[in-house]
Design a binder for this molecule. Structure first.
Ligand code: CTP
Ligand code: MG
Length: 337
């Protein structure tokens, strides 16, 4: 059955701009929620100081990188220089402390790739994951936050993409789809490669901040207040970018050969990363290079089943933005198995 479809012109989605913008607005956490997050962090700090006076607690992930939507869990990192006791013992001790302080559903997940303690604070209703000494996560959190300050279209695009990914259930790493972190990197890379570019490549510029974490050198230009007009020559609207983002991942990305790399601001080849073969469980069916841990492919969780699901969802999204009469609703329709 052939349906007559009319191709939208590049401006065809413009009339939906206000709808997508109000979706973005509705996802931004309220002031009240941010106050509650800070309250919780403060009370956790007090608990931790009692046991480990020199330890620090830092927020990371979406509550600190400015890509957090409302009602998210918060991610906290305990930074501690205690070599007498192992990381796992620290986690177990931490779980004890939290348990005896009225925090609920305390669980130590010691066997996860990144071991954490999970818990829920009954006072604020906020859930929280705490990891130990994950300093790379703190650095990549700052990198994402710095990118977000350069051009406001990044946050708008990433919020909508994350909302789409959650609605369509393709934001579940344990099911072989991608993390929120991976989606934000995809958005950054996409804006780095627009013509003219909307975002620079901060790691390709003269480094103004530099830290070494477990032998990994993390360096980039972080004076982002100097880059406020970087993307001004590009006039693309959020709806045009959204269309082009999904169009790229549905129909243009070369899944066989290409790796997207925020570190270089370019596409690099699987060949040069030696990501052409399956090694163990890493399949490299969609390749997203971590900006600092460059041997780490954020697409490695994707398997031969979930790659199909992902690509079908990219196509669905691209087609909705191309043809659908109510794209700002249809795009986010929940996936029902
Ligand atoms: N992270 C990482 N490497 C990964 C996944 C995550 O370093 N493979 C770190 C990043 O610092 C990221 C944080 O863990 O910001 C949290 O990851 P994730 O839960 O994917 O993203 P959030 O931004 O917290 O998204 P959400 O709003 O869905 O919680
Ligand atoms: Mg998170």
């Amino acid at each position: 059955r052939i349906r007559r479809r009319e191709l939208r012109s590049p401006h065809g989605l413009d009339s939906f701009g206000p709808c997508f913008f109000s979706i973005f607005k509705s996802l931004v956490p309220s002031e009240d929620e941010i106050v509650k997050q800070e309250q919780l962090l403060l009370s956790l700090k007090k608990l931790v100081k009692k046991e480990w006076p020199d330890a620090e607690l830092h927020l990371y992930g979406s509550c600190a990188n400015s890509f957090g939507v409302s009602n998210s869990d918060i991610d906290v990192c305990l930074a501690i220089n205690d070599y007498e006791i192992s990381k796992l013992d620290i986690l177990l001790k931490l779980a004890d402390i939290l348990e005896s302080s009225n925090l609920q559903n305390v669980q130590a997940l010691t066997r996860a790739r990144v071991p954490i303690v999970k818990m829920m604070d009954p006072v604020t209703g906020i859930s929280c994951d705490i990891c130990v000494n994950n300093r790379l996560a703190l650095v990549n959190t700052k990198l994402l936050k710095d990118y977000a300050q350069i051009d406001q279209r990044l946050r708008q695009l990433a919020f909508i993409v994350k909302h789409w990914a959650k609605s369509r259930r393709v934001n579940e790493t344990y099911q072989g789809t991608l993390s929120s972190y991976a989606y934000v990197l995809m958005c950054i890379h996409f804006l780095q490669t627009r013509k003219p570019a909307i975002l620079p490549c901060l790691q390709g510029m003269e480094a103004t901040c530099r830290v070494t974490v477990n032998e990994t050198e993390c360096a980039y230009f972080d004076k982002v207040e100097k880059l406020k007009n970087f993307g001004a020559r590009n006039k693309e609207s959020i709806t045009q970018l959204l269309w082009a983002f999904f169009h790229y991942w549905a129909y243009c990305h070369d899944y066989t050969n290409d790796v997207i790399s925020v570190r270089t601001g370019r596409i690099i080849s699987k060949q040069e990363k030696d990501w052409t073969r399956r090694i163990g469980n890493d399949r490299h069916l969609i390749c997203i290079e971590d900006p600092f841990q460059v041997s780490h492919d954020l697409g490695r969780v994707v398997d031969k089943f979930s790659i199909k699901i992902l690509r079908e969802e990219f196509e669905r999204a691209a087609d909705i933005l191309q043809y659908n009469s109510n794209p700002s609703v249809t795009l986010f329709e929940p996936y029902i198995p």
